[in-house]
Design a protein around this ligand. Structure first.
Ligand code: ADP
Length: 601
């Protein structure tokens, strides 16, 4: 691959800085609150290290001004020993301080990630359909991980810089106020360029976040199994690569700029830092010649001056770090603030073991609150009944079935199970009694056994085998190299569509729910798989209320009731013979879709 170099210019559009509100600060602080004792220890150790740091320069002054002129070896050794002792103590305190601050920040990350995961887990399906691929991962990983820097560098640095700055300034003023004024003379020159640089870095950082998100999205979309198949089949490798290359280059370009802006900034500051001591030597020398000051004081002054400039340069950077941290928190809070939409009511009760009666009463539904996908749907299904849902694609069959386990919420009307509104019971107790077999079953990249156990975690080996035999998949599993321990691959890619569906039927048999929703595979299956699935469906549906989105005539014929769905409404309800006679939509569907299957029956 040819190496590329990156050219990037920053567009001059406006990017809003996050606003600091009291509410936001309180919210941020709430994450730190549980660790107040450790925070207190960090602050105490900052105070101690900052004041201990003043000791060596003061000792230098005494060595030069007292021990050396007096030729007092004892005093010299004492000063040296105290100086070494303080430095060691300082080092130890700093180790303890960084351990504590890392501990605190890592625990905040730990809690925040747990909280975020639990929050996102309970989001409605609308959230997952709208989320860009990679975005959830970016927020949960790099955004939340960024908080570590906030605490370790922003908060701790700011605090210690302030303490060092103030304590050093006091000592300098006490030692010689005139010299102290000269030393501080260059301070404003640090602060002036800071705002400009801060804004530039902020712009670049925001844009680079966006680009990193985009890059993650490309990776996740194109380097996933489905994405990879699509790219290969449509031979879009080059196009995808170019998209990746461009975004990758944009990210690197931004990062280079970010780093260069920082370097310029640091260069200015280092220059000023070098100028300070020269001024002290000059003015201090003048005072020395006039006999107003000792050599020790000048040396100590220069040593202390370093302690003055470092925190000032750090505090100048703080403005950038704070802005950046706030933006991070803002992005994280944005996710936390997304409403979960479907939640248990405060007084939701546990739904006891149900018989399986399902009633839809004047149900309306919309995905976007603009167009109704379902309109005025009413029906009543008795326990143990098998309902076949038929109708043109896009009519609303899947939507109807998704409303029963409350994967989406009706916008008007109600759905009742055994006479109870599903919004009055806990989602957990509701969903425990509903099993779904999807057209494209989802399997985790784990062993067959673990995938089956998702239906019943404490199932015995006998139960698992029994369910698999009932689902006509046991014999197939036994032909696999590691039988039940075979890993199915990403999304179950190593199994055929029919096999996956039978595994997922076995999984639902293990769950043993009262209500079953089955989205029958369309005609893509071969006749042998088809036959197995038809056989597997028998024990699955027996004695349970079931809604089958039917694509097979045999299924439709086996059902107790057929619901013909058209344009989001129930157009016809009845049994096969009755519906054929009415010469309506079912008859049309039968003629166009089902009749052809008679030969294969
Ligand atoms: P069917 O199962 O009968 O083929 P669906 O219930 O899947 O029909 O879809 C009904 C209508 O709702 C279609 O017009 C479809 O485009 C729309 N729809 C389905 N899922 C979503 C979704 N997640 N967001 C927005 N619209 C959707």
């Amino acid at each position: 691959m040819r190496p590329v170099s990156v050219k990037f210019r920053l567009a001059d559009e406006k990017i809003e800085m996050p606003k600091v509100t009291k509410q936001m600060l309180t919210r941020i602080l709430s994450y730190f609150r549980p660790y107040w004792l450790r925070m207190f220890l960090v602050i105490a150790s900052i105070l101690m290290t900052s004041s201990l740091g003043l000791v060596p320069p003061v000792l230098i002054k005494n060595i030069i001004d007292k021990a050396l002129p007096q030729k007092n070896l004892k005093l010299l050794s004492l000063f040296i020993l105290v100086s070494i002792g303080t430095t060691i103590l300082l080092g130890l305190l700093q180790v303890a301080q960084s351990y504590l601050s890392v501990w605190i920040s890592k625990h905040i990350i730990l809690n925040m990630k747990n909280q975020m995961y639990a929050h996102l887990q309970h989001m409605s399906l609308n959230f997952y359909s709208a989320a860009k691929p990679g975005e959830i991962i970016t927020r949960m990983s790099s955004d939340i991980d960024g908080i570590e820097d906030i605490f370790n560098s922003t908060v701790v640095n700011a605090l210690s810089s302030v303490v060092v700055l103030i304590s050093t300034a006091i000592v300098l003023i006490i030692m010689n106020w005139k010299l102290a004024l000269v030393g501080m003379f260059v301070l404003p020159t640090f602060i002036i360029p800071t705002r400009k640089v801060g804004k530039a870095r902020w712009k670049i950082a925001t844009r680079s976040q966006e680009k990193i998100s985009q890059l993650n999205q490309i990776i996740q979309e194109t380097l996933s199994i489905s994405g990879a198949i699509l790219t290969k089949i449509f031979t879009k490798e080059q196009d995808e690569f170019e998209k990746f290359e461009q975004t990758n280059a944009a990210v690197i370009g931004l990062q280079i700029r970010e780093s260069v802006v920082g370097r310029w900034f640091r260069m200015t500051i280092t220059t000023f830092i070098a100028v300070g001591p020269m001024l002290i030597y000059f003015y201090g020398g003048y005072l020395f010649i006039k006999g107003e000051i000792s050599i020790g004081s000048i040396i100590a002054f220069v040593a202390l001056l370093g302690r003055l400039y470092l925190p000032v340069s750090q505090l100048s950077n703080i403005h950038i770090d704070v802005t950046r941290s706030l933006a991070l928190f803002q992005r994280i809070f944005e996710y936390f603030d997304q409403k979960q939409e479907i939640e248990d009511k405060q007084d939701a009760v546990t739904l006891g073991l149900i018989k399986g009666k399902v009633d839809f009463e004047k149900v309306y539904f919309s995905y976007n609150n603009l167009v109704h996908v379902l309109e005025d749907i009413s029906f009543s299904v008795n326990p143990g009944t098998m309902v076949a849902l038929v109708g043109p694609s896009g009519a609303g069959k899947t939507t109807i079935t998704n409303l029963i386990p409350r994967l989406y919420e009706v916008i008007r009307g109600s759905i009742k199970i055994d006479g109870r509104d599903i919004r009055d019971v806990t989602m957990e107790s509701l969903r425990k009694q509903i099993g779904i077999v999807m057209q494209e079953p989802y399997l985790f990249n784990d062993t067959i056994e673990e995938n089956l156990r998702y239906g019943k975690s404490n199932a015995t080996e006998e139960e698992i085998i029994k369910a698999c035999k009932a689902a006509y998949i046991h014999d197939f599993i036994m032909t696999l190299p590691e039988n039940y321990q075979t890993v199915v691959g990403n999304r179950g890619i190593k199994l055929s569509g029919g096999e996956k569906q039978r595994v997922s039927i076995a999984r639902v048999i293990l769950k043993d729910p009262r209500i079953i929703i089955l989205d029958e595979a369309t005609s893509s299956l071969d006749s042998v798989s088809e036959m197995y699935i038809q056989k597997a469906m028998v024990p699955l549906l027996r004695d349970r209320t079931s809604f089958v989105i039917a694509h097979r005539l045999s299924t439709v014929l086996a059902s107790d009731q057929i619901f013909v769905i058209e344009n989001g409404t129930v157009a016809e309800i009845g049994k096969h013979e009755e519906l054929i006679k009415t010469e309506g939509l079912y008859k049309q569907l039968y003629d166009t879709q089902f009749k052809a299957q008679i030969k294969s029956l």
